[in-house]
Design a protein around this ligand. Sequence first.
Ligand SMILES: [Zn+2]
Length: 57
Amino acid sequence: MEFCPKCGCVLVAQNKDFKCPRCNYKAKSKIKIESTEKIDSKPEIGVIRDKDTDGRR
Ligand SMILES: [Zn+2]
């Protein structure tokens, strides 16, 4: 959930952006997309490590 930096109101999702219903502040959801990409790349590293351990045996 995102909050408005101006009035602290909860931002409402509107299309791809977030909008404050109180003061009409608009915020893009770029931060959320970035964090999702970081989480997505973590399992791949784990798979590579798994193969490395398997080759040693
Ligand atoms: Zn606001």
